[in-house]
Design a protein around this ligand. Structure first.
Ligand code: UT7
Length: 335
């Protein structure tokens, strides 16, 4: 159907738990220094969900904020897509729990798993559904209680990750200001699945004493190799996304890379030398890597700061387990 229907993000929201886990806390827990963490990753602290906070509850709070900005009610939402690799349960989906929490009774609901690229995969699905006319207002939510799958004795991973959620209301409505989704590209490489994985809990290694004893319910990562792939794939994905619109790097006004590691962000930013540091959005210092939520939280903070002008282009890029990756170009438009 109509490809001319403009798809826009008309509201964003995010939620971060209150509890802070700082590098100083880690110095007391494991063999690590604040200096090592800051120089190798850029992370100073991360947020950790409370005992009674889950991906669903954090997602609901982020969604309420996004809906408030968008000025739409729960009854107007006709689809909910939740990107998470730390769902409340294997099933039912976290999307169904959020649907109930929001009382979005007219919405269909589904979870997707694309790890840290999840919110861009969700955005692609939302865009396609709106363009095809099969939905009008879609809530996409990324929510992660990553602390639930982190081994706090594994210093190569535990220092990196944090919890949080982000939400976007995606709509085809012409009467709302927002960010037009101009270009989106996604990719995957399942050959590299073992480099970033939680090996147990699925049907291949169902929970058992052995899987628990061997720490197979924790995230496991070959950090160095993941780092190299992340830089390479996000760089080429940004390029592909620009080419789709016939745009040059210089047309980008704001860059939001996945917040995995400040060194990765800086490597990608080298392609965008025209951008001053304040236009390269970094939340990694205060939140660490919040997986699927990472670029959504950064986008929400950027918009709430009020600095984005009409006509400006924002480039989002992400990379995660699978491997999966993707990029999107959003342009601020007014009605
Ligand atoms: O969200 C999905 C995408 N995720 C990512 O993109 C993460 C990508 N990877 C990374 O961010 C980095 O690879 C890490 C931060 C995980 C590690 O940094 P690195 O510079 O790649 O360090 P390394 O793994 O090469 O390790 C260097 C040294 C090793 O010691 P030796 O073998 O040189 O003696 C590690 O044992 O640093 C040691 N090390 C640590 N030392 C102090 C590793 N972790 C720590 C630590 N504190 N936390």
């Amino acid at each position: 159907m109509s490809n001319s229907r403009k798809v826009k993000i008309i509201g964003t929201g995010s939620y971060l738990p209150e509890k802070i886990l700082s590098n100083a806390d880690f110095e007391k827990m494991i063999e690590v220094t604040d200096e090592w963490i800051v120089t190798r990753t850029g992370v100073k602290e991360r947020r950790i969900a409370g005992k009674e906070e889950f991906s669903s509850t954090m997602g609901i709070l982020a969604a309420k904020r996004a809906m408030e900005v968008a000025g739409i009610t729960a009854e107007e939402i006709d689809f909910i897509i939740v990107a998470t690799i730390t769902p409340d349960y294997a099933f039912p989906s976290t999307a169904c729990l959020i649907q109930e929490g929001l009382k979005a009774k007219k919405a269909a609901a589904v979870d997707i798993n694309a790890a840290c690229s999840g919110c861009l995969y969700a955005l692609m699905m939302a865009k396609a559904m709106i363009e095809s006319g099969s939905a009008k207002n879609i809530l996409i939510i990324a929510a992660e209680k990553f602390s639930s799958i982190v081994n706090y004795k594994d210093r190569s991973t535990c220092i990196l990750f944090g919890d949080g959620a982000a939400a976007n209301v995606v709509s085809g409505r012409g009467d709302r200001d927002g960010l037009e989704v101009r270009s989106l590209c996604l990719g995957a490489d399942g050959e590299q699945a073992n480099l970033l994985i939680m090996p147990a809990g699925g049907c291949r290694n169902p929970p058992s004493y052995k899987t628990v004893e061997e720490g197979m319910h924790f995230v496991q990562m070959a950090g160095n190799e993941v780092f190299r792939h992340a830089v390479r794939q996000m760089e080429s994905s940004c390029k592909e996304c620009l080419q789709l619109l016939g745009m040059q790097e210089s047309s980008i006004n704001w860059l939001i890379p996945h917040q995995a590691n400040e060194r990765i962000i800086d490597a990608i930013a080298r392609r965008f030398r025209h951008l001053p540091p304040e236009k390269i959005i970094k939340t990694v210092k205060k939140y660490g890597n919040t997986s699927a939520s990472s670029i959504g939280i950064a986008l929400d903070e950027l918009l709430r700061g009020g600095g984005v002008q009409e006509g400006e282009n924002i480039l989002l890029t992400a990379f995660g387990a699978g491997f999966t990756w993707g990029s999107a170009i959003l342009t601020k438009v007014a009605t």
